[in-house]
Design a protein around this ligand. Structure first.
Ligand code: 7PJ
Length: 286
């Protein structure tokens, strides 16, 4: 059963377009050192290209490239390090594949360089709060994902205190939306994400999962990323990363059923399959 229609919106991504009225799968492509075991940059690049090729053949329509780990205990990365990780990969990917590229970064210089190398979407877990981020996003005029978080990855777990988690997430996202619009970012370029795993405990995440559809009140397409996150491990009583896939798929289906347009995942094939099943259900009118 479909519960909520997806917005009838085409997301213009530079010279490409994504139809958000059917769910899109964003494949995660991490180029942080802890994601690819060993070897120098060449090995990393080759491994990343192979992973990209496989996710695209499985049906991902967006690849999300991340050069900075946002785990609570992650070491901070210099701008140059992030550039060195991300830009060669963006160049190689634009050269080889015809796909939408999203960059998971909070650093305006990194996204700007990536956009010059052919990237399309700025995915920012800090919702354009770093100095100059809003201005750069407005100037580039490309889609931006504004994700809800509190504080920084190192402090966010202590800030997971809410009276009403959905209401507060909504209010705090609205503040970022207003800042974006005031900076000249166009309405059509904004996508929102409730930010699973960022300043939310397990109970709060479950609450958000069940009420996710309420975010439509803000009037923007939604993205959801819960793939393999710790919250799934906790729900399953301590499951390891690779034991969290099925729960993540259930969450993806629940999200799309509530009108989420983009699912960010490591498990592209399985996600594409469940969404293909979902797509074949009778539509509902918006
Ligand atoms: C998210 C993200 C998410 C968006 C990460 C991980 C942590 N970007 N980047 N939404 N999570 N938009 O994948 O486990 O939930 S990094």
């Amino acid at each position: 059963m479909k519960l909520h229609p997806l917005p009838k919106q085409t997301l213009v991504c530079g010279n490409k377009a994504l139809d958000l009225s059917s769910p899109q799968v964003m494949g995660i492509l991490n180029v942080t050192p802890d994601s690819f075991s060993d070897g120098g940059r060449f090995t990393d690049l080759n491994a990343a290209l192979k992973q990209a090729e496989s996710m695209l053949s499985e049906g991902a329509s967006i690849l999300d490239i991340g050069g900075e780990s946002t785990r609570p205990d992650a070491k901070s990365v210099s701008e140059q390090e992030e550039l060195d990780r991300v830009i060669p990969l963006v160049e190689a990917l634009t050269h080889r594949f015809d796909t939408v590229l999203s960059i998971d970064t909070s650093t305006p210089e990194v996204f700007k360089a990536a956009a010059q190398a052919g990237a399309h979407i700025w995915n920012d877990v800090r919702a354009l709060t770093r100095p100059n981020a809003l201005e750069v996003a407005a100037e580039l005029d490309l889609p931006v994902v504004l994700m809800h978080m509190r504080g920084e990855p190192a402090t966010m777990n202590d800030l997971a205190i809410y009276d009403d988690v959905m209401r507060e997430v909504q209010q705090e996202l609205k503040i970022r939306v207003d800042a974006a619009l005031a900076a000249g970012i166009r309405h059509e370029n904004i996508i929102l994400d409730m930010g699973f795993g960022f300043a939310k405990n397990t109970a709060q995440s479950l609450q958000l999962m069940g009420e996710l559809w309420q975010l439509h009140a803000l009037g923007f397409p939604l993205l959801m990323g819960i793939s393999r996150k710790r919250v799934l491990g906790e729900i399953l009583g301590g499951a390891a990363v690779h034991e969290r896939i099925n729960a993540g798929l259930a969450a993806a289906l629940l999200a799309v059923q509530q009108g989420v347009s983009i699912v960010r995942t490591h498990d592209v094939r399985a996600t594409v399959e469940i969404l293909s099943f979902y797509n074949q259900l009778p539509s509902i009118e918006s």
